[in-house]
Design a protein around this ligand. Structure first.
Ligand code: C2E
Ligand code: CA
Ligand code: CA
Ligand code: CA
Length: 279
């Protein structure tokens, strides 16, 4: 019957087979990749909209696979999470970010680095201690480290998120809520969780100059966040018109291809951003 042939089709779909096989293969390679640190960190500048200067960077991971080339994080992060290697992976990222922020600090560049964390990292009851140790070992000012978590990351256990955020914040680390506005309970999280910064999801920014509703939502979220004393970052800014609208609304910072793509640490473009920051 129709249902059976649909199932058969799905089962024999070569694309489907190829994808699942590839994913299984990749998943098995995750532990080795972590052990060899086959990842690199790219840095995307966050721009202060009032001054045009760099306000910090977001660390974005890339997997350099020996035969498949670069694998994007949207593909490999879920595999790392499934393989339960996410704590080791995030520790690797945190370590790398802290070392990088330190070497910039030594050069007189005070550039905060934001590291993306996975929801599973909140379950690592030694995460806070690990970060504390790493900061002390590098002798890095904690203000130079931020962590980004999506609202959905905090959703499965709000009390846990609250506890971890409070501990990190007491150490002086900044907390950002990522992809803000895409979840169902964004507003209540602002009320419950101790956070410093809200990152407005790209989907709101995309239509900001053409869609009155999108514009109104961004404008309201910015003023709400400011009332609560939080910094607002707009994600995925690609056009000058979007940037102008955000400046007029009073959004604090922006990130996106208009300003810079994620860049390698030694990329001249990144170094030029730093030069603009340091007088
Ligand atoms: P995210 O945290 O929301 O990061 C922003 C993503 O949007 C990045 O993709 C960035 O390259 C991209 N982007 C930046 N500006 C623009 C723009 O103007 N237009 C468009 N279309 N895209 C822009 P990327 O690097 O591929 O990362 C994708 C996601 O993977 C990240 O989304 C984050 O959730 C996750 N991720 C990346 N690195 C890490 C990591 O080290 N740990 C964890 N747990 N997740 C990571
Ligand atoms: Ca992020
Ligand atoms: Ca985001
Ligand atoms: Ca995202």
């Amino acid at each position: 019957d129709a249902k059976r042939s649909r199932q058969a089709l799905l089962f024999y779909n070569p694309q489907y087979d190829e994808n699942t096989q590839l994913k299984a293969l990749l998943r098995n390679q995750v532990p080795g990749a972590i052990a060899r640190a086959d990842f690199s960190m790219f840095f995307q500048p966050k721009i202060d909209l009032a001054t045009g200067a760099i306000a910090g960077v977001e660390a974005l991971a890339r997997w350099h696979h020996p035969t498949l080339g670069n694998i994007p994080p949207d593909v490999f992060i879920p595999l790392v999470e499934q393989g339960r290697e996410i704590n080791a992976f995030s520790r690797l990222m945190l370590h790398t970010a802290i070392q990088q922020a330190k070497s910039w600090q030594v050069e007189g560049k005070y550039i905060p680095i934001a590291v993306n964390l996975s929801p599973y990292n909140l379950l690592d009851n030694q995460l806070v201690e690990f970060i504390q140790r790493e900061l002390e070992a590098a002798d890095l000012a904690p203000e130079l480290l931020a962590v980004e978590l999506t609202e959905s990351a905090t959703m499965f256990d709000v009390n846990l998120a609250q506890r971890v955020f409070t501990e990190l914040r007491d150490m002086g680390i900044k907390i950002s809520i990522d992809d803000f506005g895409t979840g169902m309970s964004s507003m209540s999280y602002l009320q419950i969780l101790p956070i410093d910064c809200v990152k407005l999801d790209r989907s709101f920014i995309e239509n900001i100059q053409t869609d009155k509703v999108a514009h109104a939502i961004v404008s309201c979220m910015v003023s709400l966040c400011h009332t609560l004393g939080k910094t607002v970052v707009a994600e995925g800014v690609e056009t000058e018109a979007q940037s102008k609208a955000l400046r007029e609304i009073g959004c604090d910072q922006a990130q996106g291809y208009l300003f810079a793509r994620p860049l390698r640490v030694n990329d001249k473009e990144l170094i030029d951003w730093f030069r603009a920051e340091v007088p």
